[in-house]
Design a protein around this ligand. Sequence first.
Ligand code: ADP
Ligand code: ZN
Ligand code: ZN
Length: 727
Amino acid sequence: MIIIRVALDVPVDSLFDYIAPDATQLNIGSLVRVPFGKRFMIGIIMAIANDAQVPHEKLKQAEVIWQDVPPLPATLIELFEFCSRYYHHPIGMVIMNGLPTRLRSSKLLPQRASAPSLFRLTDAGRAIAPSSIPARNKIKHRLLAQLKEAGSISSKEAKQISLRAAGTLQEFLLQGWVEKVLIEPESALNTSSPLQLTAEQITAINAIRAEIGLFNTWLLHGVTGSGKTEVYLQVTAMLLKQNRQVLILVPEINLTPQLEAVFRARFPATYLVSLHSRLSPVERMHGWLQAQRGEAGIVLGTRLAIFTPLPKLGLIIVDEEHDHSFKQQDGLRYSARDVAIFRAKQTDIPIILGSATPSLESYYNAITGRYRRLCLRIRAVKNATLPVIRYINTRAIQLKEGLSEPLLLALENCLTQKQQSMIFINRRGYAPVLLCKSCTWLAACSRCSSRLVLHLAQKNLRCHYCGHKEQLPPACPQCGDQDLMPFGHGTQRIEAALAKFFPEARILRVDRDNIRRKEAWQSMLTAIHQQQVDILVGTQLLAKGHYFPNLSFVGVLNADASLYSTDFRAEERLFAQLMQVAGRAGRAGTAGEVLIQTEFPDHPLYHALKHHDYDAHAQMLLKEREITHFPPYSYQALLNAEAPHIDVAIEFLTTATKLIEPVKQIEIFDPVPAQMARLKGLERAHLLIQSSSRKKLQLFLSDWYIKLCKIPNRKVRWALDVDPLEF
Ligand code: ADP
Ligand code: ZN
Ligand code: ZN
């Protein structure tokens, strides 16, 4: 009897034994359908054995399902195993997190979408003399003639020659006269050619190309507008020529369409697959399978794309590598950037981490020589310079609706000169607080430790953490006073104020509330690019990676909140965000201007920002981290616990600490309530573990994790978070 050991999506870190299905071929990595309890589940064969680890009478039979889905490649399984080990998460759950949902359901697979294909003449085909084909074979003659003339023929064109041409093309394919390439329907519309490179771009590209077949982590540190994309494009071109696949990760789903368009235009003959969570399950599965079959030359996607099977992978690019969206905050708490580095190493290929503001971890790795830094210090567009940054001390000045006189003046100037401007405020809604003037009541979420945000247009209050919504109360629920006052500013309130100050201006607000639909963002981008917008008001969505060629002024409101935060990464994040936002300003020929309203214009962060001095700021933060022994000078893990009552969560964590025998080089902190102490009706606490050795921390966690799994408890939900970003 042959036994297969199967990984299943259940919260137990082990494999499950089944009797192998009757199949001619049994492969590790194949999908199988197995009975589990009262239902059926899809699993992955992880091992094939001669004997089971459970009594034979308990064994059940597995079924093979789709013969046409190839088994997961061994390297991908290895990647999953690494994630399971490193993040201490059950292997079955790791794998299922990485597979497209559609593959996980046992419904039959829909027919493969037939992408329009193009048949390209090969060298062998070119060598065929038409006279060698019998004259009676008219279709063959005409096809070959057409191929020789145009170099390629699409399936549609072939059909026009004859309905039987498709069969003939298959013959050509078998004989090696043509090769099949998948094409994008719209690809021929927009094409771009390589740009004349700047000296810095040349240096960067040459450095990467010189070691193209080797593992290296390249940190492409380039100021905003320095042309990092062109570096990606030209390195990609080299790999596509070698018939290798390129994987590109972006932090934010809204960045995919733009980058996708850039890559499609440069490589119209390459099949590009875009993978992100807005695709339908069937679309995502097809893209995934096209990548696995090696048909997709370029795969572009958000963090989940890191688990795409890519048999010919030759390069990974992680754009905006500092962005926290690469880390998944629930389930498998992985960092797609870090997994990408592991994957590059595993495959022995280069990885490029691109950013204008690298994470301190990456920066540290670069200056200590583990990564190799390539700097782009000047803007690529001729005569474009970095913007001038000024501060407005809001302690010394009166504000009108949250806006200062100099800022309003700057906006007015832009309007008269017909230039675009942008107000950045990282808070959506109308006002972050609704309060009662008589009794100091504040609208708060009953399920979270957060305030409810006033959304005036919809006349409701919303929790931005759990999504809870409620009607705007007509009077104070505590004292009955009808004078409820919105306090503070959000994007909607600024939008309204600007409409009042500049009635003739065309104002566009961009935040998560109005770009939920896929098309919404596209049409907004078009409006911005076609100069149909005078003033943009938006959150960090506007700050990330977009290039607005007509924007000359940026105003920043409410940035101070992160300056004195308890989160040790808050300052790093704020600096990155402001560098990015400021980077939106300025065009060829005109330097942009940035005005930042702040109560602390003398803060060192603002000083470094004014001089666009990333290095000075990073060095300063690194010194602090070294003294406080925080990452990158230490490695951290967090044990999170959630329960209906905080005492229960803390008690669980206390029990967890008692399982620890003192280990050298491992620091264990006391259990404390999380920064967001209540979320979605559960109270949360955590325990921090820290070590200066990643290896020691890993060894400790492996051992501890096994013990944690044995703590009897029903009320607590717990999880380990390795390299946590949120506390
Ligand atoms: P980054 O991602 O580094 O902020 P981008 O790659 O978006 O910058 O490039 C900014 C602008 O500079 C784009 O419009 C791009 O087409 C242009 N650009 C890039 N490289 C060059 C070059 N060598 N010469 C002229 N323009 C360039
Ligand atoms: Zn009241
Ligand atoms: Zn809430």
